[in-house]
Design a protein around this ligand. Structure first.
Ligand code: 5GP
Length: 202
């Protein structure tokens, strides 16, 4: 496990742009990258595991966590609440792994404002038609929640300028290569590697 300052890699996108697949691919390939598990008041989807995908909590538990200031950020998204706990980020700093966040633009902005080593990647769908197709093929949403997610997707896309990288997820393998390239390039940023040159000169 590396002991350098962790990279906080934030991956945001509208629902249906495929960011979850991209994040999972990255987590599969890099043993030293972990997923920041958020808390949410949303009910679990089939196959979602408590403590792995999210910590699924009751409204009252979420309220208490907000009151106790346990979140670095939290937001209302699609009628539910989602939050990133300080504990998730603290563990990355103490254990030295990089952290990948699947949060919306509100969460991304708050994390980037508080951590200079946070990098924001925004994943775009290749087209509106493809976005609609992906949203409906998930099959876990009601028509009303689908409509809400489509409108929210457009709102989310309007925030693309707040991110460092924009990545189009058309062919998933290509988009993954790009996400991987971002991580690898960020790891050798001068700010993180300058000590290697200094050591040579010493
Ligand atoms: P879903 O319900 O589809 O898992 O997630 C809905 C949205 O909530 C996604 O855009 C996801 O990125 C966002 N989200 C998940 N966890 C967090 C979090 O901790 N904070 C914020 N601000 N958004 C989150």
């Amino acid at each position: 496990m590396n002991k350098r300052k962790p990279i906080l890699l934030i991956v945001s996108s509208p629902s249906g742009a495929g960011k979850t697949t991209l994040c999972h691919k990255l987590l599969d390939q890099f043993a030293d990258v972990r997923f920041s598990v958020s808390h949410t008041t949303r009910t679990p989807r089939p196959n979602e595991v408590d403590g792995t995908d999210y910590y699924f909590v009751a409204e009252e538990t979420f309220d208490q966590m907000v009151e106790d200031e346990l979140f670095i950020e939290w937001a209302h998204v699609h009628g539910n609440r989602y939050g990133t706990s300080h504990a998730e980020i603290r563990s990355a700093f103490t254990q030295g792994f990089d952290l990948i966040f699947d949060v919306d633009y509100q969460g991304a902005n708050q994390i980037m404002a508080q951590y200079s080593n946070a990098i924001g990647v925004f994943v775009l769908p290749p087209s509106i038609d493809e976005l609609k197709r992906r949203l409906s093929s998930r099959g876990t949403e009601t028509p009303a929640s689908l409509d809400r997610r489509f409108k929210a997707a457009l709102d989310e896309i309007a925030h693309h300028e707040e991110f460092d990288y924009l990545l189009v997820n058309d062919v998933v393998e290509d988009a993954y290569d790009q996400l991987r390239a971002i991580l690898l390039a960020e790891r050798i940023r001068k700010e993180r590697t300058v000590h290697l040159a200094k050591k040579l000169l010493d």
